[in-house]
Write a protein that binds this ligand. Sequence first.
Ligand code: GRF
Length: 218
Amino acid sequence: MKLGVLISGRGSNLQALIDATADPAFPAEIAVVISNIADVQGLERAAKAGIPTAVVDHKAHDGRPAFETALTATLEGHGVRLVCLAGFMRLLTKGFVDHWRDRIINIHPSLLPAFKGLNTHERVLHYGVKFTGCTVHYVRAEMDDGPIIVQGAVPVLPGDTADSLGARVLGVEHRIYPLAVRLVAEGRARVIGNAVNVDQPPGDGDGTANIVVINPAG
Ligand code: GRF
């Protein structure tokens, strides 16, 4: 399955996908990496891996629909079947999301539907919750909303700062994004209503393929 990865910056989740797809047994490959900002680290990571890159600058387009038309043209020009948002910092219109319905996924650094939006780790610490984590979900028109494919749970530890907690969560993001892409590419993450049913291959595991729990030492 050909992936198109949309980024706006550092691209550490992109790197996790690059590393996973380097395995010939992985059921997906990255066809193109698109950034809305030039000269970001994620573009360098893609170039280093020999993956085609493109910059589609939102400021160079007259309005969101024109920007998104350019995004779709670039994605479809590379034969993309699944769009992976990986730190892509533009809100997408319903038109774009509907065009790619059930073919576009996102990673968010919280256990959705809690803590949508930005500054998740600061708010997690403010509320004093004991567990947080990260979520890969199919994208719907509302921000950080949509059927959940995989979640990883991470404990909040005494003395945590937003940075220390964010680093712990990011480590799990790098595990669950490739896992979610694998489940989608293998046709095992089927949307049923507002939820995702993950099919287990016969004889494989205990039905928890889309749950990752990290222990404090992990
Ligand atoms: C990640 O925390 C991701 O969950 C969020 O944006 C951040 C992107 O980081 N959507 P990176 O660019 O993948 O390093």
